[in-house]
Design a protein around this ligand. Sequence first.
Ligand code: SF4
Ligand code: SF4
Ligand code: SF4
Length: 288
Amino acid sequence: MTVTDSRTLADRIEDLLPQTQCTKCGYPACRPYAEAVAHGEANYNQCPPGGAEGIARLAALLGKPVIPLNSANGVERPRPLAVIDEQVCIGCTLCMQACPVDAIVGAPKQMHTVIAELCTGCDLCVPPCPVDCIAMPPVTGEATGWDAWSQSQADAARERHNRREARLAREREAAEARAAARRAVSSAPAQVMETGAAATPAAPAADSAEARKRAIIQAALERARQKKEELAAKGQGPQNTERVSADVQAQIDAAEARRRRLGLAADNTAGNSGGNTAGNTEFPPTKR
Ligand code: SF4
Ligand code: SF4
Ligand code: SF4
């Protein structure tokens, strides 16, 4: 009996990548890099987290020689872990939006925390932080590349990244559907509005699902509000939310505008509802 491997070359290349989703290869995630290598559009020495061992694995699969890591993509290094200085954090959520594996928890204007076991050390949360309160200390001693990362960690990171991507796609679709429904309602014939027969959108099932979603989000926001009050009572809340500089506020406003354009913050109750935090929803981070 002949056993055929139905996986593509890109699939097999992706299986060998560390899945930190760090973009250091020059692609938005591991999968696009795998596809680029499979199609001959990228070299197989562009992944610093995989390091020399990763290149050797790819070289063996591709039947090519082992070559050095391309220094333009970075260096092989001990794996770092993101650590947030919670006393400086202003709770803007920008790091959470940047994390490719949902390893950060927090809510608007609350301190944010990294779940150490989920952090891939990708560095992507560092640049967006407007107050520079995220450090990336190395946590693997002298070990680098695959010596500092396991296959089970890579598999878990891949799964979390895929789940996140699917959630973001669902949110974009839902935002588009809401916008289409609003357009449809606003362009409904005037006589229908006069009778009152179609004063509500024509999709009760969708409305019901939306109502349930809003109720869940509302409950999550209430939990987040209570937690914030508890932390504030202990003096542990974010310290700087009322003293944000104009520059920082501009960065936050710009990021929020981008989220709105992407349909990820369409209104006050429908944001990253499937995310990993109670308050991972649209927020107005401006000072109130
Ligand atoms: S781990 Fe980073 S550099 Fe390596 S393939 Fe994935 S995204 Fe690219
Ligand atoms: S917490 Fe920061 S470093 Fe860790 S995976 Fe998320 S974005 Fe990357
Ligand atoms: S200030 Fe914003 S980006 Fe920085 S750690 Fe806090 S929530 Fe994340």
